[in-house]
Design a protein around this ligand. Structure first.
Ligand code: SAH
Length: 247
């Protein structure tokens, strides 16, 4: 059995007398996992900090931990941002966990012209909770940032202007070349814009072209949006792990 990892938001770490865990996390520790005084646990703050702790005391509502060792993993140099259009897949939250496992820097949920339904106001909060589960499960010390872009493609292109690279996976361009390792895993911020199940509208394609998004193909088959997003992020992760990509 592996180590037990828990999430503790950054502002809750600073306490000279020990770290207090309460609420659902405390119940999970003592009731679901049956952890006891003296057991080791690992805390993640989602901002690179990893704390090795030991349980000093437990009661019905709280667990008190001693912090034994504290280390910070630097932010990775390659930062993929996945701009995923709202769709059924977004509602199911499939990609939230994958994003945390595969090291997305951020996920931007955006309202596409052909999105079915409106991006719910609580989407970012729901996704954050699922991503916290993802970092606990995978041990990734960096929690992806989640943003909801209700302003559609205009808000997306405005935010993407600050990135180092912009990639547009598009399934219909006969001439668009397959995505290449040379595009992937590079230092800095890369934004991938993924369309909803209904695809991009002509207006959105024009706006993304004007904003300098490079069209790429993911192969001769139309993938569901969450598959396309997972594939892009997986390829990016793979490339960033290659030894010669370190620079
Ligand atoms: N246009 C289609 C399907 C959209 S698929 C329709 O109208 O039903 C959802 C998104 O996944 C696309 O907008 C695109 O960003 C991405 N995608 C799916 N298959 C792809 C492929 N073979 N190459 C590149 N991108 C793809």
């Amino acid at each position: 059995m592996g180590e037990h990892r828990f999430y503790l938001s950054p502002e809750r770490w600073a306490s000279p007398s020990g770290i207090i865990i309460d609420g659902q996390e405390a119940r999970h520790m003592t009731q679901a996992l049956r952890l006891r005084v003296g057991d080791p646990v690992v805390l993640l703050d989602g901002r690179g900090r990893v704390g090795r702790c030991r349980i000093r005391q437990t009661d019905k509502k709280q667990v008190l931990l001693d912090l034994l060792e504290d280390a910070v993993t630097p932010r990775p140099s390659s930062l993929p941002v996945m701009a995923l259009a709202f769709s059924k897949a977004v509602r199911r939250g499939f990609f939230a966990e994958k994003a945390a496992e595969l090291g997305a820097h951020a996920v931007w949920l955006w309202q596409g012209d052909f999105s079915q339904g409106k991006l719910p106001p609580q989407a970012a909060e729901t996704w954050r909770a699922q991503m916290i589960a993802g970092i606990k499960q995978s041990g990734n010390p960096w929690l992806p940032e989640v943003r909801t872009l209700t302003g559609g493609v205009d808000e997306l292109t405005r935010l993407a202007a600050e990135a180092d690279r912009r990639i547009l996976p598009w399934e219909l361009e006969e001439t668009s070349a397959i995505i290449e390792p040379s595009l992937l895993g590079l230092p800095g911020v890369t934004v991938y814009a993924i369309g909803p199940e209904g695809g991009f509208s002509p207006r959105e394609l024009a706006a993304l072209d004007a904003a300098g998004f490079a069209r790429v193909s993911l192969g001769a088959r139309i993938l569901r949006c969450e598959t396309a997003a997972t594939l892009c992020l997986g390829l990016h992760w793979w490339a960033s792990q290659l030894p010669d990509h370190a620079a």
